[in-house]
Design a binder for this molecule. Structure first.
Ligand code: UDP
Length: 452
């Protein structure tokens, strides 16, 4: 009895997610997988975007005292928020670790919560980093860092934005991961700290090695310093059960609406958890969707429209034209939506989670990236994997939207993309099977942690 207790105590892991939706989801999928493999899980999370612990009764939750002032949060300056979190949360992580250090095998932290590495090593505890973007995004962030060090940011003249970045095919300068809300030197500081890992024992990556094979080879020598890499993607598929880790509540009524639609007829529209649109963009989206004559399911996140409550745009004229052909929700159960047979296309901002979710469910994409790694992901979707088409141009135009939707949903070009997307779905299913790359790498990760 005592021995069992001792073993179960020793198998505790302390996980520290970064408090944004696109980071919380992968960390909680990993937590669920590790819990099913015999580990006890403690999650240290911030008060900002706090995770609903009631939905995860198997885990223990503790709070990090982030002390983020409201004016910083409303500024939407992600780099400043991350710098503040990493400065402010050290003391509470030290208190947490001091209490459980005897039981903890290791700390697994999001790459953006880089302060955890030093805290863990101060207690003599091993730490692992979870990277939640693609490897290509990581490499292109390093290019941003280099450009910053050379004093070449903010970037160049408009002409050279279209040039390809040397050794980074197919990315152009304009596809590099710049932030639209944060100052470049603050962003560079975050990137530098995120990649300056010295005492980490391993890197866990939400990617699949064959999705970006040359990038995978490159990264081993560039930042990983001989530490093992565990590419365990697609991470949203690894947890046997899936309690939602959505910060907003999911409106599942859209599933009943989907049941009434014809196979592959619906375009699902969602721009993730952070992108902000102008009212003008919203109008162009609305009328492009209306004029396309395709059924659509559209997520209009509360707070996602600059200076508006988000639904004020629903003009009577638009509603009359669209009728039951459109369904608008605040937040959707995205993975269930993408898995629905009625969904034939995804108008996406190309966040990495959305990209991998769409690929793994065989849904081709209409790409309208906003910020960060989204432009680079869009470029891979359109030019490397060829499962999507881009809605480029600074200004969104309703006739371009209408054309793009029709191309993706009803024309030959879209049909071919859907076929290729279905090939990805099949290949991803293969890598999840016993002996496939994902399940092999997950087993190796568990063995690695058990060796501590
Ligand atoms: N998501 C969701 N419902 C929505 C919109 C998004 O559940 O209505 C989820 C989506 O499945 C993904 C995450 O939110 O897992 C968004 O992450 P992503 O990396 O795609 O974009 P971000 O929000 O970080 O820009």
């Amino acid at each position: 009895m005592e021995k069992t207790l001792e073993i179960s105590k020793r198998r505790r892991l302390l996980l520290v997610p970064c408090p944004y939706q696109g980071h919380i989801n992968p960390m909680l999928h990993l937590a669920t997988y590790l819990h099913h493999n015999g580990f006890s899980i403690t999650i240290a999370h911030t008060f900002f975007n706090s995770i609903n612990s009631n939905r995860h009764p198997d885990f223990t939750f503790v709070h990090l005292n982030d002390q983020l002032p409201n004016d910083l949060l409303v500024s939407l300056d992600v780099a400043s928020v991350l710098l503040a979190i990493n400065d402010n949360c050290k003391a509470s992580l030290e208190d947490i670790l001091a209490n459980i250090v005897e039981d903890v095998m290791c700390v697994i932290h999001d790459e953006a919560m880089y302060f955890c590495e030093a805290v863990a090593s101060g207690f003599g505890v091993r730490s692992l980093v979870l990277r939640t973007t693609s490897i290509a995004a990581c490499i292109s962030r390093l290019v941003v860092l280099q450009l910053h060090a050379e004093g070449r940011l903010p970037l160049l003249d408009q002409g050279s934005m279209e040039d390809e970045v040397p050794n980074l095919h197919p990315l152009r300068y304009k596809d590099l991961p710049f932030s639209v809300t944060s100052d470049v030197s603050k962003m560079a500081e975050v990137i530098l700290k995120m990649y300056n890992i010295t005492t980490s024992s391993a890197v866990i990556w939400n990617t699949i090695p064959w999705l970006e094979p040359s990038e995978f080879t490159q990264i081993k020598t560039r930042i990983c310093n001989q530490v093992p890499i565990f590419p365990i993607g697609p991470i949203h598929k690894i947890s046997p059960t899936s309690s939602s880790s959505s910060l907003l509540s999911e409106d599942s009524t859209c599933l009943s609406w989907l049941h009434k639609q014809a196979p592959n007829s619906v375009i699902y529209v969602s721009l993730g958890s952070i992108a902000i649109l102008t009212n003008q963009e919203l109008q162009e989206m609305a009328w492009g969707l209306a004029n396309s004559n395709q059924p659509f399911l559209w997520v209009v996140r509360p707070g996602s429209i600059k200076g508006s409550d988000g639904i004020g745009f629903v003009l009577e004229e638009f509603q009359v034209k669209v009728g039951d052909r459109g369904c608008i929700v605040d937040w959707a159960p995205q993975k269930e939506v993408l898995a629905h047979s009625a969904v034939g296309g995804f108008w996406s901002h190309c966040g990495w989670n959305s990209t991998v979710e769409s690929l793994s469910l065989g849904v081709p994409m209409l790409c309208r990236p906003y910020s960060g790694d989204q432009r680079g992901n869009s470029r891979y979707i359109c030019c490397v994997w060829r499962v999507g088409l881009g809605l480029e141009g600074d200004e969104l135009k309703r006739n371009e939207v209408e054309k793009g939707i029709r191309k993706l949903m009803v024309e030959e070009e879209g049909r071919k993309m859907r076929e290729r997307a279905m090939d990805f779905k099949r290949m991803i299913e293969e890598c999840l099977r016993e002996g496939g790359s994902c399940s092999r790498n997950l087993k190796e990760l568990v063995d690695f942690i058990m060796s501590f």
